[in-house]
Design a protein around this ligand. Structure first.
Ligand SMILES: Cc1cc2nc3c(=O)[nH]c(=O)nc-3n(C[C@H](O)[C@H](O)[C@H](O)COP(=O)(O)O)c2cc1C
Length: 279
């Protein structure tokens, strides 16, 4: 039997989790309240059929929401243990967060503040280069098992990835490419996994959220560059020529500083909690 207090807490955790980034703001997730737990499901009706035939970006987005949910739960004093793929007969059920009573920590409260500030800021970055050590620290902030975050710091790999991004953008005719071009001073990182399956995509989404929140806390902006992964040719070239065929690229992101004092951006909207939280 689910009590009223836990219904209120679940609602709040889900609301905060839904602030997560998602491909084209598709918000492809559904949540279900359980007894001291919250289930996360992929909402296949919101998959982008043309650009995401396998559901990779849908599940990456769910992974980001899963990490946001963990941050929110910890900040509310309910640290969560995550059970992955709990029902093999229902692959859409991606994970269950088991909530344990605990104490809200100052660290978790700070993370919650960062979560509220995070957004996709596609304006041009300043020309200040992001130092390699800073990129390495951001990469190290990702702890999601199964995903590695690789800063692209050697000039050869950088140039190759810039070319691939531009080629992928040229091919995506009719799509607005505003803010997606890479400048020489932009920091670049790639999220990599060993396997290329839904479990790996979920983990890459969690790592994306971890890195994004760490970048936000560090005053940096982060913009994903999905085009290079959505295009089969550029993705396989990235896999072969930049990564030596050793790991599966899941997402390329650019990182940089915005000019100080620029006005606040308009926030993207979210589906009402009542649409995504099933009884
Ligand atoms: C898997 C994934 C891929 C994304 N790909 C792109 C992209 O290629 N270009 C871009 O500008 N934003 C991209 N985004 C950012 C989303 O468009 C953004 O998260 C969404 O519109 C919600 O806005 P917000 O991040 O400001 O909350 C991506 C986000 C995710 C999670």
């Amino acid at each position: 039997m689910v009590d009223t207090r836990s219904i209120v807490e679940t609602r709040r955790i889900v609301e905060l989790a839904c602030a997560a980034p998602s491909v084209h703001n598709s918000q492809p997730w559904l949540w279900r309240q359980g007894d001291s737990c919250i289930e996360l499901h992929a909402d296949h009706s919101r998959r982008l059929h043309l650009t995401d035939p396998r559901g990779r970006e849908m599940i990456l987005s769910c992974g980001a929401a899963l990490h946001h949910a963990r941050v929110a739960a910890a900040a509310l004093g309910l640290p969560a243990e995550v059970e992955y793929a709990p029902d093999l007969d229902r692959p859409s059920h991606l994970a269950t967060l088991h909530l344990r009573p605990g104490e809200p920590s100052a660290l978790a409260a700070a993370a919650l503040d960062t979560l509220a500030q995070r957004c996709t800021d596609r304006r041009r970055f300043t020309a200040w280069p992001v130092p390699d050590e800073r990129l390495a620290m951001l990469a190290a902030s990702a702890t999601a098992a199964g995903t590695q975050v690789l800063p692209l710091v050697d000039i050869g790999s950088r140039l190759r990835v810039e070319l691939l991004v531009n080629r992928a953008l040229d091919r995506q005719e009719g799509r607005s490419a505003q803010g997606e071009h890479v400048e020489g001073s932009d920091g670049l990182i790639v999220l990599l996994t060993e396997r290329d399956d839904p479990r790996a995509w979920l983990s890459a989404g969690e790592a994306l959220s971890e890195v994004w929140l760490a970048a936000t806390a560090d005053g940096l902006s982060l913009v994903p560059l999905s085009c290079v992964i959505e295009d089969d040719d550029t993705r396989s070239e990235l896999h072969r020529e930049v990564l030596g065929g050793l790991a599966e690229p899941q997402l390329v992101v650019r990182i940089g500083w915005q000019q100080i004092g620029r006005s606040e951006l308009r926030r993207t909207t979210r589906r009402p909690v009542s649409d995504v939280l099933l009884p």
